[in-house]
Design a protein around this ligand. Structure first.
Ligand SMILES: [Zn+2]
Length: 235
């Protein structure tokens, strides 16, 4: 029998408050307006400081967030799973890492990394970004941008994700709609015999081709699912 290989795709639905990129009660008016623009590269070219400011505020807010029970359960699954395991996330926060996940793929980048538009190196970055930010590789000033995938830019590490999906025996889409990309495209990549499951807080609005659907709060649903998967492995 083929070695069990799980691919998990996680989305904003497993994060407290719908994720760091969602609108929050404490957002200023300008932050709310910026939510419409921040994923558009043209907006950054026109007014980099304004866009930097939005991401600086989000980056600072990371410290106030804690990993959810769903994050913790997925880290436990990764540790205890006897086969191959790959965690892919659309989230740009570091909550998976803080829960103990080893090396999640951040499809849409990370708030805690900056990329130099001069030399293209990517650096861990915990501070605010502005015109005085200096690239540690080429020492150019003011050319560091958030390492976030914006509209029209390709998601990161897709080759590795596609290759792993093509070999997997189980694909789980958690807190991200199964009928939308990337989950919809990923499901098409998995072998026909693979188990496919999508989990969300509300029933899907459209049919999505996943074999199993679960509806409920992410924390309890993901915790239960992880317990089931591990129990099935032991039996
Ligand atoms: Zn550089």
């Amino acid at each position: 029998m083929a070695r069990s290989s799980i691919v998990v795709l996680s989305g904003a639905g497993i994060c407290p408050g719908g994720g760091i990129m969602a609108a929050h009660a404490g957002d200023s008016l300008w932050e709310r307006q910026l939510l419409e623009e921040v994923t558009v590269p043209m907006a950054y070219r026109q007014d980099p400081l304004r866009i930097q400011g939005f991401y600086n505020a989000r980056r600072r807010r990371l410290a106030d967030l804690e990993p959810s029970a769903a994050h913790v359960a997925l880290a436990r699954l990764e540790t205890a799973w006897p086969g191959d395991f790959l965690l892919v996330t659309t989230n740009v926060d570091d909550l998976h890492e803080r829960a103990g996940s080893r090396a999640p793929i951040h499809l849409f980048g990370e708030l805690l990394k900056a990329r130099c538009t001069e030399c293209h190196h990517v650096h861990p970055w915990a501070e605010d970004l502005d015109f005085s930010s200096c690239c540690p590789s080429c020492a150019t000033l003011g050319q560091l941008r958030p390492n976030i995938v914006w509209y029209g830019e390709p998601p990161l590490e897709m080759q590795r994700v596609h290759a792993t999906l093509a070999q997997c025996t189980c694909f789980l889409a958690l807190g991200t709609p199964g009928y939308l990309h990337p989950a919809a495209g990923f499901r098409e990549d998995v072998p026909p015999s693979a188990r496919t499951l999508v989990l969300g807080a509300e029933p899907a609005e459209e049919s999505d081709g996943f074999r199993e659907h679960r509806v409920g709060p992410a924390d309890s649903e993901v915790t239960d699912l992880v317990a089931e998967l591990l129990a099935e492995q032991e039996s």
